[in-house]
Design a protein around this ligand. Structure first.
Ligand code: NAD
Length: 737
């Protein structure tokens, strides 16, 4: 793996500088400094970051072992040659690492822990200079050092919980011993990044330094320790024993943390409470025994379906980022954007672009709408200031990047124009006619339409290769997904530029081909069709909401329809029925037809499935409405049998699954991962299930084919696809490893 040279004799010969410890590997290098000090630098070759991949861990083992063998070393400085310190473990290795048995995972963790333990127990003090991100295993390395100096620019933390696991390189043992149980549980169970100041305040680091003096500060601290000015042995010893809590304190600390964390995490995420359990069980033990419990806890979580799903989402997100990076290479440069329409979506798009630093012209035909759009942006920014996430300066700078206008003149310099006017084909065509005479010939034009065919809209664009769809989700500043819709004439450059712009706006773009509903609505409306069928059979909507929320959805289908708007949903439903008459045209009036005809539009007019009101504190709340119940009774035809909760889940999820599979079969989207990420980022599919196809992998394709067949007579959308049948026959998965 590496080429190591140890010249311990050199020190005795008094060479200058004494070369008692040189090491050059793929990820680490060591150099001797003066006075018996050694600098260990993380610098993973061929990467822009440092991470604990297998090679790095092996080299660290080797270096620590070499350091153990040296009798002349007096202190160790640990630095990074990258912008980050160490971002954590190499998550791309997780899937394979977690495939083995729980016992093997625990054994692997213990091996890694031993390296950190050996580092901690070196016969001389160590100081790390944390110049940038030190997360997960990266921060656990810092915890194994005697002292930590952090740059004002750095962020530290233990985000493992976000992947459904826990810190396994000593984090659950060293962190509470260093910063106390309450703080440590908060860091580890929430997984948030911590600023340098927060880390100092809690005692997780020993000092904070400006970036340019960081190394020198760390060296000074090391020299002081070496010179005996600091009692580093006592400091080390202090952290090796059990946690300093008496029984009562421990009970208080762990029970109150458990209550709070359980409430935050909910039932579907086991990692946060396992972290509490591990810290509690290991509290009365000395460090080395505590590490045992950590290894067991880690292995247990690594085998959960939640960890597989959350790691899968991380990898899916990496895939989207990689694709966006490739797109940037083919994209046209964009410095100036424009949005037509200052409504709900146009206002949100203008805000998001400006917030991310890309100036945007916002054009509407009504001054009142422009005012509304700007007010919306101000409101979001003000909220960020109130939460301490933004300074008034940045708010002012953001607002000046939005240029509201009633005239097309300001669009002359736009590199990309997003059309977000009302959802009417005739209006959009008219707008394109005007727009094309005013914008540069090479400007990209993208429509935010949710239901109109991109290929059809392209007919009113003179050079349709510059046109595509750019479908944002509401509210724009919160929803990460942007569907970029490729029309049959859209050029590679147009798609690349739109993807690059979405990514520069901080969004996660997924490229899909044009079809009714594009990707997300094409998958979501079959789910609503399943809902419609259950309601027709007399199943109570509030019960369905509860069952689907238990499944993990942020809100059930009835509430979701109220939020989207019954009128909007009904319109989309009709578009889908026309697009896929074989399976999406309902045989009779649907629930949205019924509510629409009775002026129940959902949240927008306070009446839908629920009655939407405000409570005494002015917060929105939903209550049951007898009028909705009465209407439903006139329409439904209750079946004469019990419908179980499992049947509800099946009849909701199967139509969504089969249509997702059809989208892959039809080549609407490139990969299962992009479908999964679209559902998680676009409609809040439960992250702990990892997306619809990861859900298939967990339940089993054969089981779902069987269920699809069972329910196909109730709704043809349930009919299993050829792809799913094939997968079941091969006993295969959407994600084989
Ligand atoms: P909206 O009614 O809130 O806003 C439309 C805006 O367009 C209004 O401000 C109107 O004054 C303006 N407008 C009308 N004609 C115009 C013209 N000729 N030139 C410039 N501006 C004009 O609508 P919205 O909800 O923001 O939807 C806009 C688009 O976004 C639609 O295509 C819709 O399908 C799509 N969309 C909406 C949502 C959503 O949840 N609202 C989600 C995704 C996509």
């Amino acid at each position: 793996l590496c080429d190591s040279v140890v010249k311990s004799d050199a020190y005795n010969l008094n060479l200058n500088p004494p070369e008692y410890m040189n090491f050059d590997g793929q990820a680490l290098r060591c150099r001797s400094l003066e006075d018996g000090l050694v600098e260990l630098t993380f610098d993973l070759q061929g990467e822009s970051i440092n991470k604990f991949n297998r090679a790095t861990t092996e080299e660290l083992r080797e270096v620590v072992s070499l350091l153990q063998q040296q009798s002349n070393i007096r202190g160790l400085l640990i630095t990074s040659a990258k912008e980050v310190f160490i971002v954590g473990a190499d998550i791309t290795e997780f899937m394979a690492n977690f495939k083995v048995s729980q016992e093997k995972i625990a054994a692997g963790v213990r091996e890694a822990q031993q390296i950190f333990l050996d580092l901690e127990n070196l016969e001389f003090p160590s100081v790390c200079a944390i110049n940038g991100y030190a997360l997960g295993g990266g921060f656990e390395l810092c915890l194994a050092c005697t002292y930590r100096v952090v740059s004002t620019r750095a962020k530290v933390g233990q985000p493992e919980v976000k992947l459904g696991i826990l810190p396994g390189f000593g984090g659950t043992t060293r962190l509470p011993r260093l910063i106390g149980v309450d703080n440590a549980l908060e860091w580890m169970a929430l997984g948030n990044e911590q600023s340098a100041d927060a880390a100092l305040k809690s005692g997780a680091v020993d000092s904070v330094s400006e970036p340019d003096t960081l190394r020198e500060s760390a060296l000074t601290l090391l020299r002081r320790a070496v010179a005996g000015e600091l009692d580093w042995q006592a400091k080390r010893e202090d952290l090796r024993g059990p946690l300093k809590l008496n029984e009562n304190e421990a009970l208080m600390a762990f029970e109150s943390a458990r209550g709070l964390i359980a409430q935050k995490a909910g039932k579907n995420y086991p990692a946060p409470l396992t972290i509490v359990g591990v810290v509690q069980a290991s509290a009365p033990l000395p460090l080395e025994q505590a590490l045992e419990i950590e290894a067991e806890g880690f292995a247990e979580l690594a085998k959960t379906p939640q960890a597989a799903a959350l790691v899968g989402i991380f990898l899916g997100d990496q895939l989207l980022k990689k694709k966006a990076k490739q797109a940037r290479k083919q994209a046209r440069p964009f410095e100036q954007a424009a949005v037509l329409g200052a409504g709900i979506m146009g206002g949100g798009i203008a805000y998001q672009s400006a917030y991310k630093g890309i100036p945007i012209v916002m054009k509407d035909i009504a001054q009142s709408q422009l005012d509304l759009g700007l007010n919306e942006a101000s409101k979001i920014l003000t909220k960020r200031i109130e939460r301490g996430r933004l300074t008034p300066d940045k708010m002012a700078a953001t607002l000046t990047r939005i240029l509201p206008t009633l005239s097309y003149d300001a669009l002359r310099d736009a590199d990309i124009v997003i059309e977000a006017v009302v959802e009417r084909e005739d209006v959009k065509r008219l707008v394109y006619g005007e727009l094309q005479t005013m914008v540069r010939e090479d400007a990209v034009i993208a429509s935010n339409t949710s239901t109109i065919s991109i290929n059809r809209l392209a007919e009113s664009i003179q050079n349709p290769e510059r046109f595509c769809g750019m479908h944002f989700f509401n509210p724009v500043h919160r929803m990460p997904l942007v569907e970029v819709i490729r029309g049959k004439d859209s050029s590679v450059e147009t798609i690349a530029t739109t993807v690059a712009y979405a990514s520069a706006m901080g969004k996660s773009p997924v490229v899909v081909n044009d079809c009714p509903g594009f990707l997300v609505n094409r998958i979501l409306f079959p789910y609503f069709a399943g809902f419609n069928g259950l309601l027709k059979d007399g199943v109570d909507f509030q019960r369905i909401d509860k069952v689907m929320e238990k499944f993990g959805w942020p809100m059930g289908p009835a509430f979701l329809l109220d939020v989207v708007g019954i009128d909007t949903s009904r319109h989309a439903e009709h578009v889908m029925a026309l697009g896929f008459p074989d399976r999406m045209a309902p045989s009779s009036a649907t629930i949205t037809d019924l509510f629409y005809d009775n002026n129940r539009y959902g949240q927008k007019n306070d009446t839908g499935f629920y009655l939407h009101t405000t409570d005494a504190r002015g917060r929105r709340k939903k209550v049951r409405d007898p009028e909705a119940d009465a209407l439903l009774q006139t329409w439904s035809q209750p079946v004469d049998r019990e419908v179980s909760d499992d049947e509800i889940v099946d009849r909701m999820m199967l139509p969504m699954l089969m249509e997702s599979s059809r989208c892959l079969e039809d080549g609407i989207v490139e990969s299962p991962a992009e479908v999964d990420m679209s559902l998680v980022y676009g409609v809040g599919f439960p992250p702990f299930r990892g997306g619809i196809f990861r859900w298939v992998d967990q339940v089993g394709a054969a089981t779902l084919v069987g269920k699809g067949e069972k329910y196909a007579s109730l709704l043809s959308l349930n009919q299993p696809t050829a792809q799913l049948r094939e997968l079941a026959n091969r006993n295969d998965k959407f994600y084989p490893l």
